[in-house]
Ligand binder design. Structure first.
Ligand code: GLU
Ligand code: ZN
Length: 313
C-alpha cells in the first residue's frame, strides 16, 4: 500500500487541502503503508519553491510525516518535484506518440490550464476537435532542436470508462463527452497535469490516490492513460470538498481558512480533531493527534457527500 499527497505549490494550503492530506495519510498509515509527498510544480509561472517548503512545514506541524519525497526529497523515485521530471514525461509522451493517437494542436490559449488539476468549478469545456487529423497515426515531428511550439493532444475514443471509487462508488465516464481530446504537453513545453500525475503515480508505485472530489471524473482520463502506457491502475478514493457558506470550494485565494490563519487559532491536535469530526470519524470534535486518530479511522466512517460546508468568511 502506497499513498501520496501531491500539492501544487501555488499558495498556502487551506483547510480543504489539509483534509485531503489527512485522509490520504490515515488510509496509507492504517494499512502500514508508505506515504509520498510529491510537489506538483508543473506550471513555472504559478509555482514557487517557498510555497512548497511552507507546505512541508505545515504537514510537519500537523504530524503528517512522509517516507519519500518533498522538495529536496531523496529516495528511490527522486526527484519528487515535477518540474525536474521532464525527461521522464518525455519518454511517456514518446510511448503515447507511438500509438498514433497524438496530434499537434495549434489552438491559442486552449491549453493554458493544462498544467493544473481541472477542478470542476473551473468550468472546463469539451475540446471541439479543431486540430484533430482526419486519420489516425499522422506524422509528428518532434522538433528535437528547439522548444516545441504547439501543444500535443491525445485523441480519446467514444467509449465508457468505468471504475469504482472507494467513497463515491461506481462511476462511468465517456471521455468524448466529458473532455474530448486532451492536452499532454502545452505549446510552451510545460507538461500537462493529466500526463504527469499518471506517470508519477505509476512509477512511484502509488496504489491509492486520495484527493478532492472535484477530480473524481479526471480519474477516467487517467485510467485511459494508464491503459495506453501499460501501467496498473491504482485505487481511486475521492473525498468531499470543503466549501464556504456560499457553497464555493475553498480556494487559495480565501485566506480565512488558510494554514496561516489556522495555525494562529488552533493547535495541531485541535485542528486534526475538527477535521476528523467534519469527516465523520469523530462523533464530536476533541483534540487528537494524527497518529491517535489511526485506530479510529475507516473509510466506512466517511460519507460520499458532494461537499461539506464549513464556516468561512
Ligand atoms: N495538485 C492537485 C491539487 O492541488 C492534486 C492533484 C492530485 O492529487 O491528483 O489540486
Ligand atoms: Zn487545436
Amino acid at each position: 500500500m502506497t499513498g501520496r499527497f501531491a500539492p501544487s505549490p501555488t499558495g498556502r494550503m487551506h483547510l480543504g487541502n489539509v483534509f485531503a492530506a489527512l485522509v490520504s495519510w490515515l488510509s496509507a498509515r492504517k494499512d502500514g503503508g508508505k506515504w509520498i509527498l510529491r510537489i506538483e510544480d508543473l506550471d513555472p509561472q504559478r509555482s514557487r519553491i517557498d510555497y512548497a517548503r511552507q507546505i512541508e512545514d505545515d504537514l510537519e506541524w500537523l504530524g503528517l510525516d512522509w517516507d519519500e519525497g518533498g522538495v529536496d526529497g531523496k529516495g528511490p523515485n527522486a526527484p519528487y518535484c515535477q518540474s525536474l521530471r521532464g525527461d521522464i514525461y518525455k519518454e511517456a509522451l514518446k510511448k503515447l506518440q507511438a500509438t498514433g493517437l497524438t496530434y499537434p494542436c495549434y489552438c491559442t490559449r486552449a491549453d493554458i490550464m493544462a498544467t493544473q488539476a481541472p477542478h470542476e468549478s473551473d468550468g472546463r469545456v469539451v475540446y471541439a476537435g479543431t486540430c484533430r487529423p482526419s486519420r489516425l497515426g499522422g506524422e509528428f515531428d518532434e522538433n528535437p532542436a528547439g522548444k516545441p511550439e504547439r501543444a500535443v493532444r491525445l485523441m480519446v475514443t467514444d467509449r465508457d470508462i468505468s471504475f469504482t471509487d472507494r467513497l463515491y462508488g461506481d462511476q462511468t465516464v465517456n471521455l468524448a463527452e466529458h473532455c474530448g481530446d486532451f492536452v499532454l504537453r502545452r505549446a510552451d513545453g510545460a507538461w500537462a497535469y493529466q500526463l504527469a500525475v499518471v506517470v508519477d503515480d505509476a512509477l512511484m508505485g502509488v496504489t491509492e490516490v486520495v484527493r478532492g472530489s472535484d477530480l473524481l471524473l479526471s480519474s477516467a482520463q487517467q485510467i485511459y492513460l494508464y491503459e495506453l502506457l501499460g501501467y496498473p491502475v491504482p485505487q481511486f478514493a475521492h473525498v468531499p470538498l470543503l466549501c464556504n457558506k456560499a457553497g464555493q470550494r475553498l480556494s487559495k485565494r480565501d485566506s480565512s481558512l488558510s494554514m496561516e490563519e489556522l495555525r494562529k487559532e488552533y493547535t495541531p491536535s485541535h485542528l486534526i480533531g475538527q477535521l476528523a469530526y467534519i469527516a465523520g470519524i469523530l462523533p464530536e470534535p476533541f483534540p487528537i493527534s494524527a497518529h491517535g486518530l489511526l485506530p479510529l479511522f475507516s473509510w466506512s466512517a466517511l460519507r460520499p457527500l458532494t461537499s461539506i460546508s464549513i464556516d468561512a468568511d
